[in-house]
Design a protein around this ligand. Structure first.
Ligand code: UD1
Ligand code: MG
Length: 455
């Protein structure tokens, strides 16, 4: 088995994006493009992944972390120059090197694997992944000789009008014999329209040296989309979204309207869960089986159990148990966790709080910085008063507590197990277990007051 290495090109600024954010960090379905690329490469049997960083180097490194090694391309002199930066790490090694661009997030690992296998079977020194584009504008064109072999790649800006008619394009993904690659790179010149060192020139160099150069044509142009501007970014988003949604549907998830359902690349969803229109499911969200999500719910980096309903609600960095109901119009803010059989009703906000099994907060409440036990009932309009303008304080509500409507629980405060808070109470001190707390002005009725006043 030959060693496989990968070089990911991610040093460009991405001028055509017209953005403060470096191109390869622009997200597609919630994940930066370069992260898609590296995740795909990572599923192959590669020895080492080297990412070439330049613009936004620190941010790209922070994004990819230990998944890759890095080399710095201080000045962006072109894709050949970018690959050359990896020479100190890979130059001496025997093996096959896969080169991929950080702006082609849709190329699937299966396609890279097929490219590698074709390259090996052809015994080639270089194999390009090509595709036939309906509109090849902007891509390098594949020029073949009379016998159909690849002779050269010509960039859009260097191509003659005749060459621009060629619809077979360079996807920017290649397999090289590692040593041949670094030798050929030394011969690349920058005498072209952009004054750059082009990686595709390696193909012509090797071909002229009499080496075998091959092309593997993939039949899916969509996969090979290179994102250079915001329009292509929107196309990539649409294609990736369709791909992700299809994967979930094939795994048994019902998606009522895939066109309006946005699910991140890293989300997991169990079978027989129904995703209603307008949902946005972001980050590493895990949703169990038999749930109903939506319409218009927004769930970020959260874990949802089985047979749970999230109705028109926002759930951020939180955990929700099984057979629990959230919403409509509830807001679970970060670090909240709900047990099983919990009910969070309309206009309820929960922040950094734990709620035990079978607990209900059915209407119009704020629960912040609280630990709530099992079987509690928090009445309509009750809130934890967790903030004095400077500091946050905790409310502890033990098991089986009943909080009557419209109560203020002024933290720090503990409501003991089985206690009962009378409606309208402002609770400022701890309530012992099993006690009734009434913290409100005693009602006084002034008889005949209204009619007397009118006289
Ligand atoms: C490149 C190819 C083109 C191909 C297309 C596929 C070249 C010269 N052209 O064009 O044949 O059809 O990709 O999408 O290679 N980068 C660096 N350092 C540099 C320059 C670029 O790291 O000095 C990185 C960029 O961050 C990017 C990738 O290389 O991720 C490709 O560069 P880009 O400018 O997008 O090249 P294209 O014009 O798309
Ligand atoms: Mg590009």
């Amino acid at each position: 088995m030959t060693n496989i290495f990968a070089i990911v090109l991610a040093a460009g600024q991405g001028t055509r994006m017209k953005s403060k954010l470096y191109k390869v960090l622009h997200p597609v379905c919630g994940k930066p493009m370069v992260q898609h690329v590296v995740d795909h490469v990572d599923t192959l049997n590669v020895e080492r992944i080297v990412t070439v960083v330049g613009h936004g180097a620190e941010m790209v490194k922070e994004q990819l972390g230990a998944q890759s090694e890095y080399v710095l391309q201080a000045e962006q002199l072109g894709t050949a120059h970018a690959v050359q930066q990896a020479e100190p790490i890979l130059g001496m090694l025997e093996g096959t090197t896969l080169v991929v661009c950080g702006d082609t997030p849709l190329i699937r690992p299966e396609t890279m694997q097929a490219l590698f296998e074709y390259h090996t079977a052809q015994n080639a020194k270089a194999t390009i992944l090509t595709a036939v584009a309906e509109d090849p504008t902007g891509y390098g064109r594949i020029l073949r000789d009379a016998s159909g072999n690849v002779a050269q790649i010509v960039e859009q800006k260097d191509a003659t009008p005749e060459q621009q008619k060629v619809t077979e394009i360079n996807t920017g993904t290649y397999c090289f014999d590692n040593k041949a690659l670094f030798e050929a790179l030394k011969l690349v010149k920058n005498d072209n329209a952009q004054g750059e060192y082009y990686l595709p020139d390696v193909i012509e160099i090797l071909q002229k040296q009499g080496e075998t150069v091959a092309a593997y044509v993939t039949d899916s142009f969509d996969e090979t989309l290179g994102v250079n501007d915001r329009f292509a970014l929107s196309q990539a988003e649409e294609l990736m979204r369709a791909r992700i949604n299809e994967r979930h549907m094939r795994n048994g998830v019902t998606i009522i309207n895939p066109a309006s359902t946005h699910i991140s690349a890293d989300a997991e969803i169990g079978a027989d869960t129904i995703i209603q229109p307008g949902c946005i499911i972001e980050g590493k969200t895990i949703i169990g089986a038999d749930c109903v999500i939506g319409p218009n719910s927004h769930i970020v980096n959260s874990t949802i159990g089985q047979a749970t309903t999230i109705h028109s609600s926002v759930v951020l960095n939180s955990t929700v148990g099984d057979e629990t109901a959230v919403g409509p119009f509830a807001h679970l803010r970060p670090q909240s966790s709900l047990g099983n059989h919990v009910k969070i009703g309309n206009f309820v906000e929960v922040k950094k709080s734990q709620l035990g099994n079978h607990t209900k907060v059915s209407h119009l409440s704020y629960i912040g910085d609280a630990e709530v036990g099992d079987n509690c009932n928090i009445g309509c309009g009750s809130i934890t008063v967790n903030y004095d303008g400077k500091n946050k304080f905790k409310t502890i509500i033990e098991n089986d507590v009943f909080v009557g409507c419209n109560s203020n629980l002024v933290a720090p405060v503990t409501l003991g197990e089985g206690s009962f808070i009378a409606a309208g109470s402002t609770v400022t001190s701890d309530v012992p277990a099993d006690a009734l707390a009434i913290g409100r002005a005693k009602q006084e009725n002034k008889l005949n007051y209204v009619s007397n006043k009118l006289k």
